[in-house]
Design a binder for this molecule. Structure first.
Ligand SMILES: *[C@@H]1O[C@H](CO)[C@@H](O)[C@H](O)[C@H]1NC(C)=O
Ligand SMILES: *[C@@H]1O[C@H](CO)[C@@H](O)[C@H](O)[C@H]1NC(C)=O
Length: 207
């Protein structure tokens, strides 16, 4: 029946459309540049990681990003990078990237990683230098360098030019959500919530 065939074709078509739009929205030009930008080799080059090569290892967990904000030529290209540096014992607390999956490549040291899926199942691994780990888009994940003497360094690629960051501790405890609401949510006391809030630094600038 023609009507039935039409519906099947529509469903198939929509599912194909879903596959092709799994990253950032497609752009209709080769690249995107703000009006007035000089388009030459420099526009397509990011030198912001050179400082990492020169600098010694940091004393706290440090992320250096090359997303569309730092590297405007990435706009519309559905890719970005971050370099993650973990001193001995450093943690990257539970967080999500709402707009992109993350492919982490451990280049130095060892690293404990994990994420939780939407059925609340935890997946963990201890990575060695040279290993890769994929954090699926939008899922809560963390990284921890449990080595007490050595640094760990990872390069993460994202399937979005602007993957975004939602930090669980910051989002929950540093955005002025009422302590009474949090106490009820976590089945604890307002004092405990206030202690947690006090222990966290002021929130970083939004992005
Ligand atoms: C871009 O710049 C040109 C010349 O400076 C101007 O004529 C044009 O209106 C601008 N376009 C946009 C979209 O701002
Ligand atoms: C981690 O720590 C141990 C000592 O506890 C050391 O033997 C090891 O080489 C360190 N580094 C890495 C990258 O595992």
């Amino acid at each position: 029946m023609a009507k039935y065939e039409f519906v099947v074709a529509l469903v198939l078509g929509l599912s194909l459309l879903g596959l092709t739009s799994a990253g950032d929205p497609d752009i209709l030009t080769d690249f995107v540049a703000l009006n007035g930008t000089i388009i030459d080799g420099n526009f397509f080059t990011f030198t912001g990681m050179r400082s990492l090569i020169k600098a010694g290892p940091p004393t706290a967990f440090t992320v250096t990003k090359a997303s569309a904000k730092e590297f405007p030529a990435l706009e519309g290209q559905s890719v970005s990078y971050a370099v993650l540096e973990f001193p001995a014992g450093a943690v990257n607390p539970p967080h999500t990237h709402p707009r992109g999956s993350e492919l982490l490549f451990l280049t130095y040291g060892t690293l404990q990683v994990g994420f939780v899926d939407t059925t609340n199942k935890l997946f963990t691994q201890t990575l060695q230098a040279g290993d890769m780990f994929i954090f699926p888009k939008g899922l809560v994940h963390f990284q921890f360098n449990s080595n007490q003497t050595d640094d760990a360094v990872a390069v993460s690629a994202f399937g979005s030019a602007s993957a975004g960051l939602v930090s669980v501790p910051v989002t929950v405890f540093e955005t002025n959500i009422d302590s009474g609401i949090l106490a009820k949510s976590f089945k604890t006391t307002v004092n405990t919530i206030q202690a947690l809030k006090a222990g966290l630094a002021p929130p970083p600038a939004s992005e």
